[in-house]
Design a protein around this ligand. Structure first.
Ligand SMILES: *[C@@H]1O[C@H](CO)[C@@H](O)[C@H](O)[C@H]1NC(C)=O
Ligand SMILES: *[C@@H]1O[C@H](CO)[C@@H](O)[C@H](O)[C@H]1NC(C)=O
Ligand SMILES: *[C@@H]1O[C@H](CO)[C@@H](O)[C@H](O)[C@H]1NC(C)=O
Ligand SMILES: *[C@@H]1O[C@H](CO)[C@@H](O)[C@H](O)[C@H]1NC(C)=O
Ligand SMILES: *[C@@H]1O[C@H](CO)[C@@H](O)[C@H](O)[C@H]1NC(C)=O
Ligand SMILES: *[C@@H]1O[C@H](CO)[C@@H](O)[C@H](O)[C@H]1NC(C)=O
Ligand SMILES: *[C@@H]1O[C@H](CO)[C@@H](O)[C@H](O)[C@H]1NC(C)=O
Ligand SMILES: *[C@@H]1O[C@H](CO)[C@@H](O)[C@H](O)[C@H]1NC(C)=O
Ligand SMILES: *[C@@H]1O[C@H](CO)[C@@H](O)[C@H](O)[C@H]1NC(C)=O
Ligand SMILES: *[C@@H]1O[C@H](CO)[C@@H](O)[C@H](O)[C@H]1NC(C)=O
Ligand SMILES: *[C@@H]1O[C@H](CO)[C@@H](O)[C@H](O)[C@H]1NC(C)=O
Length: 577
């Protein structure tokens, strides 16, 4: 995770603090029926010390005490982790039956009483995987070294909700096909570039195919929204940022043809830019990275020939040659619904309008004082239609449309030849809709505005502040098999960090306004603010709100006596107390 915007926090032991700091990401509790009988099983317990390339691997067998296997009304996971010491934020991937089902990252720990977090996730859409025995794999590449002693002690439980007359079995795909490495010994995620490809054979009686994509930037792509168009990179002091520009599009191609594209939400990990802004409330998405849904059903007539077809996932930029830096981690899965007849589905793709790349434009200016301003814009329209007939005789007309737009404005203001402020204002918006005989199947209307003002207070950049205004607004129906949701989330966070010879200091605030609603009538709202590691207000409401308030202990902020920090210009600091 070497990067100039990545800061590692080291907090000394605290006086008389009785409990670990409770970190959390604002999110809705799983929208599963509290009234249903529940069976909880432990999937795994594992401590990640020096764990690069050494995932926890366990064998899973479905529980038989919560009704017929696979007939559950819902499934949720509880991932609870503690850590004590000093450590970077790390990426974690949960791979089940070769399918990635959860991408997460770790809050940076503290020494003394350490930290603890619990994140609950609704995984009902992966019911076909939970209905059979197989391999569960948690990869969390951690490293111990001098000054880096934080281990991550993890526990993963699954809770199965029994179905009944009141709570019917959840709808489910007939099969889930992994788009990943197919390894039983390491994560399903693949590193791109280069483009990831896999050959897969689709059941010949397929009548619906829904794709889900996982994607996150890492290394030189962790702060991809801060990467500058190559054309202007030489106008900035070397080491200010990386090239490749800020536009990123995650593409899914079927036999070389674009099937759909996603504009990713910018997840900021807890060591990102100013770590004090992300403690104890992580940035949105850090514990449960959003995923992206495309309707592949228009490709059914091309895929039901019983032969293997090539599925490719890549991430491309607005640069002339569309290249990006290293790297993004990607994977995906296809949820396939088959016809009651075993006869092949046949038909035709009747319209295909999708260019290989988005339409993009980069403009910019360089002031006499060295100020640089770069704007990158992109739009994309996709329309793919098919008509096909299932073996049982049903004719389906399917239409898949995407309309995406993107803008990123970077402002690098100089002050006596140092880059004094580095601001980014990005917005990604779009609508996606598929219909099957006129009925909506996949629908996604989203808006992800991101504004960051990073100000270097000293020429060395060893003291800086940042202001984040970041939102996740999404009305999503991943497929007709999966409960949709409307989420509006806004995070206003600030942070200050200073590195001095006598020790580091820092502080942060985070204000969060969150609302959730779904078609089953579940609701949840939360307004929660933190300042200097203290929760200053916390109001939860809606049908999913816990009946007893969860109290988060106050956590005194001590001087950050030790520290290591990466900053613009590639400078790297390690301060000993
Ligand atoms: C999650 O699991 C932890 C133990 O790993 C447990 O203490 C906690 O109560 C669980 N939370 C929920 C909501 O089930
Ligand atoms: C955290 O680690 C330190 C150093 O190893 C140890 O002294 C302390 O007891 C640990 N705290 C907890 C809560 O385990
Ligand atoms: C992975 O496990 C599955 C079933 O558990 C097995 O069918 C497959 O051959 C294994 N793959 C490898 C590469 O070992
Ligand atoms: C997919 O199949 C094609 C044709 O057989 C082959 O050329 C290609 O190497 C295969 N790709 C992968 C990733 O296996
Ligand atoms: C793409 O363009 C960049 C900038 O001109 C260059 O550094 C890079 O090598 C090119 N990549 C490829 C694969 O052509
Ligand atoms: C597909 O196109 C062929 C040739 O035009 C036609 O005979 C067939 O009826 C079409 N299939 C469907 C399901 O529309
Ligand atoms: C943040 O930067 C934007 C430019 O991206 C600027 O318009 C705005 O005034 C800045 N806000 C603050 C509080 O400095
Ligand atoms: C320029 O930097 C100095 C500190 O080096 C700071 O006091 C001053 O406010 C900065 N001016 C601007 C316009 O950012
Ligand atoms: C954080 O510390 C800086 C520098 O001491 C101070 O200016 C700022 O007001 C502090 N912020 C908060 C929220 O206390
Ligand atoms: C956060 O909310 C508090 C009130 O709870 C307010 O004083 C503060 O200015 C807000 N911070 C930001 C960054 O909006
Ligand atoms: C945290 O909140 C508690 C209770 O309101 C207060 O006593 C304490 O001073 C606060 N700590 C900080 C660092 O603001």
């Amino acid at each position: 995770m070497a990067n100039w915007l990545k800061v590692l926090l080291l907090v000394p032991a605290l006086l008389a603090a009785a409990k670990p700091l409770v970190d959390f990401q604002v999110a809705q509790p799983p929208p599963l029926p509290k009234g249903a009988k529940q069976c909880t099983v432990e999937i795994l317990q594992h401590t990640f010390a020096n764990s690069y390339g050494s995932p926890a691997i366990v064998q899973y067998t479905p529980p038989t005490d919560c009704g017929t296997v696979g007939s559950w009304t819902g499934i949720s996971l509880n991932f609870t982790v503690t850590s004590n010491g000093t450590q970077y934020d790390r990426l974690g991937t949960l791979t089940f039956q070769e399918v990635e089902i959860w991408r997460t990252s770790t809050p940076e720990p503290t020494s003394g009483d350490g930290i603890i977090w619990t994140h609950l996730k609704d995984v009902t859409r992966y019911t076909p995987l939970f209905a059979k025995a197989g391999t569960f794999l948690l990869e969390l590449d951690n490293e111990l070294a001098t000054g880096l002693d934080g281990e991550y002690a993890t526990t993963l439980h699954a809770t199965f909700y029994e179905s009944s007359a009141l709570y019917p079995p959840a709808p489910q795909a007939n099969t889930i096909i992994p788009l990943g490495t197919l390894s039983n010994t390491s994560t399903a995620t693949a590193s791109v570039p280069p483009q990831f490809t896999i050959n897969a054979t689709i059941p010949q009686n397929a009548v619906q195919i829904y794709a889900e994509l996982y994607a996150s930037g890492n290394g030189e792509e962790e702060f991809w929204y801060y990467n500058t168009a190559n054309e202007y990179l030489s106008d900035l002091p070397s080491g200010t940022t990386y090239g490749g520009g800020p536009f990123r599009e995650v593409r899914l191609l079927v036999d070389g043809k674009i099937a759909g594209a996603a504009l990713p939400y910018a997840v900021i990990f807890t060591g990102g830019i100013v770590p004090t802004a992300w403690r104890p409330i992580t940035s949105y998405g850090a514990l449960d990275l959003p995923t992206y849904f495309l309707d592949l059903t228009p490709f059914v007539p091309l895929l039901t020939d019983g032969k293997p077809h090539t599925f490719a996932i890549d991430v491309v930029s607005a640069e002339t040659n569309h290249t990006i830096n290293s790297n993004w981690y990607v994977s995906g899965n296809l949820q396939v619904v088959t016809d009651s007849s075993s006869e092949p589905t046949t038909g035709n793709m009747t319209q295909y309008t999708a260019s290989p790349y988005a339409v993009t434009a980069t403009t910019g200016s360089v002031g006499a004082n060295g100020d640089v301003k770069v704007t990158v814009k992109a739009t994309r329209e996709i329309q793919i239609e098919s008509t096909f007939k299932s073996g049982s005789g049903k004719v389906t007309d399917v239409v898949w449309k995407q309309s995406l737009s993107y803008q990123n404005v970077q402002t690098y203001a100089s002050n006596n030849s140092i880059q004094a402020s580095i601001n980014v204002a990005q917005t990604a918006t779009g609508t996606m809709l598929s219909t099957h005989n006129g009925i909506a199947a996949v629908a996604d209307t989203f808006s992800y505005p991101l504004n960051i003002n990073l100000t270097l207070l000293t020429p060395d950049g060893d003291s800086f502040t940042a202001l984040f205004d970041h939102s996740y607004n999404r009305v999503l129906q991943p497929s007709p098999l999966t409960l949709g949701s409307t989420i509006n989330e806004r995070q206003l966070a600030t942070g200050y960090f200073a590195i001095t010879s006598s020790g580091n200091s820092g502080n942060g605030t985070s204000n969060n306004t969150f609302s959730y609603a779904d078609p089953k009538g579940n609701t949840y709202t939360r307004q929660v603010d933190a300042s200097l590691n203290n929760i200053t207000q916390d109001h939860q409401g809606g049908s999913l709100a816990p009946s007893t308030a969860i109290l988060f202990p106050g956590f005194p902020l001590s001087q950050l006596a030790l520290g290591s920090c990466r900053l613009p210009g590639g400078r790297h600091f390690t301060i000993q107390a």
